[in-house]
Design a protein around this ligand. Structure first.
Ligand SMILES: Cc1cc2nc3c(=O)[nH]c(=O)nc-3n(C[C@H](O)[C@H](O)[C@H](O)COP(=O)(O)OP(=O)(O)OC[C@H]3O[C@@H](n4cnc5c(N)ncnc54)[C@H](O)[C@@H]3O)c2cc1C
Ligand SMILES: *[C@@H]1O[C@H](CO)[C@@H](O)[C@H](O)[C@H]1NC(C)=O
Ligand SMILES: *[C@@H]1O[C@H](CO)[C@@H](O)[C@H](O)[C@H]1NC(C)=O
Ligand SMILES: *[C@@H]1O[C@H](CO)[C@@H](O)[C@H](O)[C@H]1NC(C)=O
Ligand SMILES: *[C@@H]1O[C@H](CO)[C@@H](O)[C@H](O)[C@H]1NC(C)=O
Length: 532
């Protein structure tokens, strides 16, 4: 009896669910038709959950297994535009039907904001917009937002062995999210951020208009170079200025245990890493390990030097002797091979692996970030190691700052973490067990590490990097308190640039069509009235 009753309730709720979805779908079909999209195109770009391809399309760009489980909220529709008119229609229809629109390019958002939401939503999936047009005469590239970083690096390499681009190190990251959220990689100290090399853009705004830099104006163009695309419009493409790279670069990866005086090396690292030759970028991985049943922390120094090994060694010998780098530890190679090295491919891999859109493996994961402005003492490092061993699974990644980053004013782009930083920390937790219990457990552990680090990192605000999305630092419900809610995470991500982002947002998207859990709020109605 009870079972069949439950089944009945289940089936009827399923029925209601399906009907609600059907009506959203019907409304979108109607609205797309009103926007002059031909019916055959509508049929081929709109997916409902009943479409046999829906799940494949949805899962194709999920890059965190935490959001690839049955309890993950699913979109009512996925739209896969193949023309600009489809995107304009999607924006206008989402606005008219008051439904949340999530925009996805590479799907690497650490909190899944491009394809998950607790409120009813649809996905605008940009994977068909992946054209890359390189013009070597002007040394520029127009890159559509659904292109992946690896594809961009590959296309540059096809045209020139002495050009590159200062973007992220993971080749499957999407251009749309990466660039609109600032972007950095292993040429940060030499060339600054990805957005420091963006010279034009194309966007679909809240009114469905297609605008380039000239048409959108300098304010909006400023906002979409670090303020997050998801708050301002649908980015169609960015135009980038390429940078030059030497024919030969040098990489190294050097592991040290505590017995090998890794702590002293880390003390010296913090004295020099932001001041050393700008051609050198270093990343340090701190990972808890167990060796001979003894738990400790392993330190790995990974470097990219834009020059040959002998010049690198003259730099490290004089300024970072405790690194202990020697000729055998250095590997000279082309810039594109260094991209593969940093992408953790083995040294027999050919560059065309960069055209593979699927990552090797995807974990359950959680990330957090911090900035360090004063060196952490040896005893501080020792207590951090102790805490990491105690927790057991959380890793820390230090990324050198300084160089070009010290020369660019905080207000140049929305990304404010410029001068005065020694390095940035990424907190990294990966796991392989599915389920809420595991999620809760591992997320608690990374939060514990993050609280422990408070004395060592930036304060007032405790700064964070937008592209290392972390919903722990604040969220908005996009309701009447959205400004005060937004300010909580907004000053951490943008410091003094937050209020300018709010002003621009209020001007270009007053109805808040482009919203998510951490979007830029509009000024409240109350606020707007009193300002008049
Ligand atoms: C394995 C891995 C490695 C990483 N390495 C680096 C690194 O080296 N350097 C670095 O800076 N970051 C790195 N990141 C972070 C990465 O830059 C961000 O996650 C970035 O936002 C991903 O872009 P995406 O297009 O892949 O993500 P998505 O999940 O598609 O999008 C991220 C956000 O941008 C919005 N968005 C996406 N496309 C558009 C668009 N066309 N128009 C408007 N809004 C849009 C989404 O709605 C979402 O809010 C890494 C992430 C991962 C998972
Ligand atoms: C998502 O889950 C499906 C199985 O349901 C699996 O085939 C796919 O590889 C998973 N993708 C990711 C990114 O976890
Ligand atoms: C570590 O430092 C100690 C003290 O400075 C020194 O005696 C020892 O040789 C160093 N060990 C290594 C492996 O460099
Ligand atoms: C070079 O450094 C490595 C450690 O990276 C060490 O094992 C090796 O002995 C060193 N070689 C020389 C010649 O010093
Ligand atoms: C590749 O790496 C291995 C060791 O990991 C090394 O022996 C070999 O020489 C390398 N090959 C090239 C082409 O660099």
């Amino acid at each position: 009896m009870e079972k069949s009753l439950l089944l009945f309730i289940f089936l009827s709720s399923l029925q209601i669910f399906t009907t609600a979805q059907d009506s959203t779908y019907d409304s979108f079909v109607k609205c797309f038709a009103q926007n002059k999209i031909p019916n055959d195109q509508i049929q081929s770009i709109l997916y409902t959950p009943t479409n046999p391809s829906f799940t494949t399309v949805l899962q194709s760009y999920i890059r965190n297994r935490r959001f690839n489980v049955s309890s993950t909220p699913k979109p009512t529709i996925i739209i896969t535009p193949t023309a600009e008119s489809h995107i304009s229609a999607a924006v206008l229809c989402a606005k008219q039907l008051k439904i949340q629109l999530k925009i996805r390019s590479g799907g690497h958002d650490y909190e899944g904001l491009s394809y998950v939401s607790d409120t009813t939503f649809i996905i605008l999936d940009m994977f068909n917009f992946r054209k890359i047009d390189i013009d070597m005469k002007s040394q520029t590239a127009w890159v559509e937002s659904g292109a992946l970083l690896g594809e961009l690096y590959y296309r540059i390499w096809e045209k020139s062995k002495v050009h590159g681009f200062p973007g992220g190190v993971c080749p499957t990251v999407g251009v749309g999210g990466h660039v609109s959220g600032a972007g950095y990689g292993n040429m940060l100290r030499k060339y600054g951020l990805t957005v420091d090399h963006v010279i034009d853009a194309k966007i679909v705004d809240a009114n469905g208009r297609v605008l380039d830099r000239g048409l959108m104006g300098e304010d909006l163009f400023w906002a979409i170079r670090g303020g997050g695309g998801g708050s301002f419009g649908v980015i169609l493409a960015y135009k980038m200025k390429l940078v030059t790279v030497p024919e030969t670069v040098t990489v190294f990866r050097l592991e040290k245990t505590v017995d090998q005086n890794s702590t002293d090396a880390l003390v010296q690292f913090q004295e020099i890493t932001h001041k050393i030759d700008n051609d050198l970028f270093m990343r340090v991985l701190l990972q808890p390990i167990t060796r001979n049943r003894v738990r400790s922390v392993r330190t790995t120094f990974i470097g990219l030097f834009l020059g040959d090994a002998s010049r690198l060694l003259s730099v490290t010998d004089s300024e970072f002797p405790l690194l202990g780098l020697n000729k055998t530890g250095c590997r000279e190679m082309s810039w594109i091979d260094s991209v593969l090295f940093w992408g953790n491919f083995d040294n027999t891999t050919k560059p065309d692996v960069l055209l593979n859109r699927n990552p090797e493996s995807v974990n359950f994961l959680k990330r957090k970030s911090d900035y360090v402005k004063t060196p952490i003492s040896k005893s501080g490092l020792e207590s951090i190691f102790k805490k990491m061993v105690e927790i057991g699974k959380v890793g820390l990644v230090f990324n050198s700052y300084g160089g070009r980053m010290d020369e660019i004013p905080e207000s140049e782009t929305p990304f404010p973490h410029r001068a005065g930083n020694i390095f940035k920390i990424q907190y990294s937790m990966n796991w392989n067990e599915e389920g809420e219990v595991a999620d809760k457990n591992y997320i608690e552990q990374i939060r514990d590490m993050y609280s422990f680090m408070k004395p060592y990192v930036s304060k007032n605000p405790r700064e964070a990097y937008l592209n290392y999305r972390d919903l722990d630092i604040g969220v908005t419900d996009n309701g009447k308190n959205s400004y005060s809610q937004g300010k909580v995470y907004g000053v951490k991500y943008f410091k003094g640039n937050f209020d300018r982002l709010v002003k621009i947002k209020s001007a270009v998207d007053p109805e808040n069509v482009f919203r998510n859990e951490q979007s830029i709020p509009t000024l409240s109605f109350q606020g707007r009235k009193t300002r008049k």
